[in-house]
Design a protein around this ligand. Structure first.
Ligand code: ADP
Ligand code: TRP
Length: 320
């Protein structure tokens, strides 16, 4: 089984990214041949400052390695180090119906939020399809918001194969429904565009401030509370065992516990879970040559597959 996923370096990674995409991708690396890349070409649809893009790309590399990507098991690379995906994207573009892209929610959502409506943003799912099809991935672990893009990829691959013969493997999205949407501090989907995130590598006072700012209802200390509608509890669930969840739920329902206590419990869980990763990240920061070597080696491995696929596709469409 071949597994591929990617993430845009367009801001600090948060625990929505972690539980929705990073953790599943890290766990899947045990189950097959894994490919993971930093989608810096895609980030150009929203980042227009070169220095910032470079810095965020480095940050994402450090974050993933610190969180548990093992370069022995996963080919980890920068998308721009495998430029073959662009030629493949063009071949796919030429059979991609406009309607397929016009239906994509992500384009509509992003333009509604003020991101410039460029050709790059519109064609984004075609480049994403090329990323996936270049390595003939079977499984694509993503959060729910990316599911439609994987469906576009499937449609394009099927169309290409029907038209030109079998070139591409048809991929499946892999979505963990239990963590499909991690809520932010305001209760909406956690997203860097909503300024409601808890960053994976925040710590100390800024982390505490963020956790304490999680929106709750206005019940008094003594009132019984409903864990199932509480944002603090939803986040706590991601980090605790079933027994711990049952115990905290009991305290909610009994009354006498304020939301401040629940937030403190959540903070402790966050610190416990991410402390080893913070430590590892500091070590990696002091060893950037190693990080660069990992990315280069990953790109070499992915390029071998991408060239092979591209050659087949060029042959099929009649370019050679
Ligand atoms: P953001 O919404 O912060 O811009 P991205 O769109 O860059 O995040 O998402 C990167 C990956 O993380 C995708 O696979 C996406 O589905 C996943 N993801 C992002 N936010 C969440 C969330 N709140 N819950 C679950 N998964 C998420
Ligand atoms: N669009 C994805 C996101 O915003 C990132 C991405 C680009 C991707 N290419 C991909 C994810 C290929 C999975 C597979 O999160």
């Amino acid at each position: 089984m071949r597994i591929l996923s990617g993430i845009q370096p367009s801001g600090k990674l948060h625990i929505g990214n972690y539980f929705g995409m990073m953790k599943p991708a890290i766990e899947l690396q045990e189950q097959g041949e894994a490919y993971l890349f930093i989608a810096n070409y895609h980030a150009l649809t929203s980042v227009s400052d070169g220095a910032a893009l470079r810095e965020m790309t480095t940050d994402v590399a450090l974050d993933f390695l610190a969180c548990g990507i093992d370069p022995e098991k996963t080919a980890f690379y920068r998308q721009s180090d495998v430029p073959e995906v662009h030629e493949l994207a063009w071949l796919l573009s030429c059979l991609c119906p406009m309607g397929l892209l016009e239906r994509c929610h992500s384009y509509k959502d992003k333009t509604a939020k003020g991101i410039a409506a460029t050709h790059g943003l519109f064609a984004y799912p075609v480049l994403m399809a090329a990323d996936i099809l270049a390595v003939n991935s079977n499984v694509v672990p993503v959060g729910r918001d990316q599911k439609q893009h994987v469906e576009v990829t499937r449609d394009l691959a099927i169309k290409f194969n029907n038209q030109y013969g079998e070139v591409f493997t048809i991929p499946e999205p892999s979505i963990r429904e239990s963590v499909a949407v991690v809520p932010g501090v305001d209760g909406q989907k956690m997203s860097k565009s909503y300024d409601n995130t808890i960053e994976i590598f925040a710590e100390g006072k800024p982390l505490k401030k963020r956790v304490m700012s999680i929106v709750t209802d206005s019940k008094e200390l003594d009132d019984p509370k409903d864990p199932d509608t509480c944002n603090v509890f939803a986040l706590y669930k991601l980090l605790s065992t079933e027994d711990e969840q049952a115990a905290l739920a009991e305290r909610y329902r009994a009354g006498g516990m304020g939301y401040g206590h629940a937030k403190q419990e959540l903070l402790e869980k966050l610190n416990e879970h991410f402390a080893p990763m913070r430590e590892k990240r500091r070590e990696l920061e002091a060893n950037m040559d190693y990080v660069e070597d990992v990315l280069r080696a990953g790109a070499e491995k992915a390029s071998i597959l991408a060239r092979e696929t591209l050659n087949k596709a060029r042959q099929a469409v009649g370019l050679v």
